[in-house]
Design a protein around this ligand. Sequence first.
Ligand SMILES: Nc1ncnc2c1ncn2[C@@H]1O[C@H](COP(=O)(O)OP(=O)(O)OP(=O)(O)O)[C@@H](O)[C@H]1O
Length: 258
Amino acid sequence: MSGPIVIRDLYKKYADNYALNGLDLTIDTGQIYGILGPNGSGKTTLLRIICSLLEMTSGYVRLGNLNPMMDGEKVKSAVGYVPETPALYESLTPLEYFSFVCSVRGIGEDVMERRVRNLVEAFGISDKVDNFIGSLSFGTKQKVAIISAILHDPEYLILDEGMNGLDPRSAKILKDLLQDFASHGKTVIFSTHILEVAESVCNRISILFNGKIVIEGTMEDMRSEMGQKQSNLEDIFLKLTGDEDLKPVIETLKRTLR
Ligand SMILES: Nc1ncnc2c1ncn2[C@@H]1O[C@H](COP(=O)(O)OP(=O)(O)OP(=O)(O)O)[C@@H](O)[C@H]1O
């Protein structure tokens, strides 16, 4: 049912500004794929186009045989999306919100109860499910957003900065969940600024810069392409996104603050 995500020559223009500039990308099923890039490099724009939440200016995008421009409803059923800033109903409780999501998704009561129970226990929020969402901490709201994105058991899970606000235990649960998800032939894409997370969780990584991919592959591919056997993702990121000059500044700051 699912299939690879194939993107060719993708452009997105906002007013006079190209946020995506002829982007090519293939993400095979069963991958945990990391999208990295500095602020404003086009990560959210790319993810929203894949999810059929934003129209492209030109190009080719497919999720299996689904075209986000033509098959919006099917794409939305196949995808679970956690936006960078989830918009939740603050005056509902998480349980009421999960029930609302399940009714929109056509998920029956019994399946909903089982999935909700398992997920709230896994994320450690069983004691919060009857509180108003508006009263929850940032990290707990993030957990509610993640649970509501996976309740319908999507083929593709797309998280824009999905690790934001999660404590180490919840981040570990999410990493395990992503690995389990991918091991069942589903596909995970997530953008992050936390390079260690990308390095430890993702099978493959793309680094975006000015709306284009500047490097793509496994960590090993990237090291050999950069000709730097020992380098970590931070070194590669800084070199390719023009921020290498920051390194001496950071070192000076560290010495000053010591
Ligand atoms: N609705 C919009 N209208 C106009 N310009 C936009 C809009 N959304 C994004 N942009 C611009 O498109 C470019 C890419 O933005 P985008 O949010 O995709 O980047 P990003 O890599 O997700 O950034 P960040 O890491 O800060 O979240 C930026 O120059 C941004 O200002």
